[in-house]
Ligand binder design. Structure first.
Ligand code: PSU
Ligand code: MN
Length: 304
């Protein structure tokens, strides 16, 4: 048994009877939204999962422990500390854990800890990918490598066009990661339901998502699956409006010379500022929608 892994009592109870559990990330709490909306949203998302009949497991690193399931006080702690919590990707875990520090888990580390705990389904907002200009910067999110090696289904609203969506899809194809559109043939771009890029497969029901994931496991294939669920129509933003904000944010990041792991949080914060409250409201709604779909899919998987 991994001496650093701490599974909360309710998550442990659900897993021990093969019940449905949905993992949630904590970078979205500490770095993705302002306090107190971050904490309110995290708790609301957990409740949405419970309402569907599944158990939420918010994942984080707290004082060197890999937490699968955070108590409300721990979520409050991560939300209040905000940017003061280190954004933890795969390479950060050894030092953070050895030092007993805190870490906000990205898609990468949330998948890792979910897999260690035996959780198969994970809901979030957006995933990382190949950044625009990656042909010279080589800035490619570790999320894509994790999807290629860790057996967790990630349900997201696609990726923001801060990334090169075409190159992101190419990379996932090379790595053998299935990219599914939920009720759509097109890759959604987080704030918008369309991006102009096609996904590999369209799936319309949680039952079929569970069947595909289950087949992947039964064949002994490594890696996970990326399910892209378009933002509910009524909360989607005008593409010209949001793309102008994204272009402006990228330009500013170049002017300021932002690089490395600071790039994504910088761009996300800029977009939030430029679009004010509007993008935050959409962000909250798409996470809720992904959490509900994840809960329904986890329920189907638990019946197999
Ligand atoms: N929201 C997004 N895109 C993201 C993130 C949030 O629309 O990428 C967060 C997630 O936690 C994701 C991380 O795993 O940022 C990716 O960071 P990087 O690009 O540095 O790998
Ligand atoms: Mn990067």
């Amino acid at each position: 048994m991994n001496p650093f892994l701490e599974i909360s009592e309710d998550v442990k109870a659900a897993l021990s009877k093969g019940g449905p559990v949905v993992a949630l990330e904590s970078t979205i709490i500490s770095h993705g939204m302002p306090y107190p909306q971050n904490v309110q949203t995290a708790l609301r998302v957990e409740n949405a999962i419970r309402e569907e009949g599944a158990t939420p497991a918010t994942i984080a690193v707290i004082k060197g422990k890999l937490k699968a399931g955070c108590a409300p006080e721990e979520i409050e702690y991560l939300g209040k500390k905000g940017q003061g919590v280190i954004k933890a990707s795969r390479r950060d875990l050894p030092v953070l854990v050895a030092r007993g520090e805190d870490g906000a888990t990205t898609v990468t580390t949330t998948m890792m800890i979910a897999a260690m705990a035996g959780i198969q389904v994970f809901a979030t907002g957006g995933v990382g990918g190949v950044h625009r200009g990656a042909e010279t910067t080589m800035d490619i999110s570790a999320d894509l490598e994790e999807l290629a090696q860790t057996p967790v289904m990630v349900i997201c609203a696609g990726a923001k066009s801060i990334l090169d969506l075409g190159l992101t899809l190419e990379y996932l194809e090379t790595k053998g990661v299935p990219v599914i559109g939920y009720g759509t043939d097109e890759l959604p771009a987080f704030y918008t339901r369309k991006s102009g890029f096609k996904v590999d497969y369209r799936i319309d029901t949680p039952e079929e998502l569970a069947a595909a994931f289950s087949a992947q496991r039964q064949m002994g294939l490594k890696g996970g699956m990326l399910v892209t669920n378009p933002i509910p129509e009524q909360y989607s933003l005008d593409p010209d409006y949001i793309n102008a904000a994204i272009d402006k944010a990228i330009e500013k990041s170049h002017t300021l010379g932002i690089k490395g792991k600071a790039t994504t949080p910088f761009l996300l914060a800029e977009i939030k500022d430029i679009t004010d409250g509007e993008s935050l409201a959409s962000n909250i709604q798409l996470v809720l929608s992904n959490a509900r779909l994840a809960a329904r899919t986890a329920i189907c998987l638990s019946k197999q």
